[in-house]
Design a protein around this ligand. Structure first.
Ligand SMILES: NC(=O)c1ccc[n+]([C@@H]2O[C@H](COP(=O)([O-])OP(=O)(O)OC[C@H]3O[C@@H](n4cnc5c(N)ncnc54)[C@H](OP(=O)(O)O)[C@@H]3O)[C@@H](O)[C@H]2O)c1
Length: 307
């Protein structure tokens, strides 16, 4: 692949990821539906495309949008990337989307002679900004090998899990666990606090136990200080991922009772109008269900990746 990259989607994740490519010295042309989000990237050396189809001149175009339908729209909708005369050689998508939707997109792209690599990611925008994402790909192995240097500019680790849409299954499984863990972490934290243990003390003990993880450590400051306005991932996006998890479980005949309960819990957050707020606001609703109104603590933030 030549040093000729296009980028579609400059939300929380896309903006952070494209900056890593630019900082690594790659030449990138960007397009975003809300064009004002592209302007700040000029000072990082990006060029701004007026239309998606301008990016068809690039050899590889990365996409990072919200849902399966949004990806179809940017590729195949009116004025879509591949709907003009020119086509890019490769599309690399990092959105969290369904396996079936991804397979349909692959079939349409490959029929047009455009190669397609799925590369969903683990890590929030701060992790992306620090170049510490985990990027997991599926699709033709030779294509992954060619795309690898670009992926490495954005990630601490890159992996290939197999052909076709297997990386979508990886991401769906990953985010189902992401939801179930925050659900349970909120429940046990409310239980501990209602019984009398200070929230940050309880979370510190979990972090230092065999159950602690990078994730529980990242979420400890926000759960202690109740700073949900620092949005890493919204309730709506998490609901989308829980739905993807459950529909995939249905398709493969796998019972997922913990994921099913978590889906309903996240659904009530969305139904109550929580939007543009961090998904870990789930703690507040869990506390209210227990008859508690939580107060912020004052835990100092240490490593800069947590929110
Ligand atoms: N946030 C995280 O921690 C995280 C981590 C891993 C994976 N993900 C996944 O990464 C993807 C992006 O997440 P995000 O947090 O960056 O979301 P976001 O901040 O909401 O950004 C979404 C991006 O998609 C664009 N978009 C959405 N629908 C579109 C459409 N129909 N046509 C054109 N552009 C459209 C938006 O354009 P506008 O600017 O015009 O709205 C924006 O650039 C999602 O699939 C999410 O599940 C997120």
């Amino acid at each position: 692949m030549a040093n000729n990259i296009g980028w579609i989607g400059l939300g929380r994740m896309g903006e952070a990821m494209v900056k890593r490519l630019l900082k690594a010295g790659h030449g990138v042309s960007v397009w975003n539906r809300t064009s004002a989000k592209a302007t700040p990237l000029l000072e990082y050396g990006a060029s701004i495309a007026a239309t998606r189809q301008e990016l068809a001149a690039c050899e590889v175009v990365f996409t990072m949008v919200s849902t399966t339908d949004d990806l179809k729209e940017v590729l195949f909708g009116d004025g879509g990337l591949v709907m003009g005369g020119a086509k890019p050689q490769v599309v690399v998508d990092s959105s969290s989307i369904s396996q079936d939707g991804s397979a349909e997109i692959r079939a349409r792209l490959e029929a047009m002679g455009v190669a397609y690599l799925c590369t969903p990611v683990s890590g929030n925008a701060k992790v992306a900004k620090a170049g510490k994402l985990l990027m997991v790909s599926s699709g033709p192995k030779a294509l992954y090998d060619k795309a690898r240097p670009y992926l490495q500019a954005m990630a601490r680790k890159v992996m290939w899990v197999g052909e076709g849409e297997l990386a979508r299954i990886w991401k769906i499984a990953h985010n189902t666990m992401f939801g179930v863990v925050i659900q349970n972490l909120c429940e046990i934290t409310v239980l501990a606090e209602k019984a009398g243990i200070a929230r940050h003390v309880f979370l510190e003990s979990i972090n230092d136990s065999v159950l602690g993880s990078m994730y529980t450590r990242y979420k400890t400051p926000v759960l202690s200080n109740l700073t949900f306005e620092n949005v890493t991932f919204t309730p709506k996006l998490l609901l989308k991922d829980m739905d993807l998890g459950l529909s995939t479980a249905k398709a493969y005949g796998v019972a997922m009772p913990a994921a099913a309960a978590t889906r309903e819990s996240v659904s009530r957050l969305v139904g109550r109008g929580y939007d543009n707020i961090d998904f870990s606001v789930l703690l507040m609703e869990t506390a209210r269900d227990a008859g508690m109104e939580l107060k912020p603590e004052d835990l100092k933030i240490s490593d800069g990746l947590e929110t």
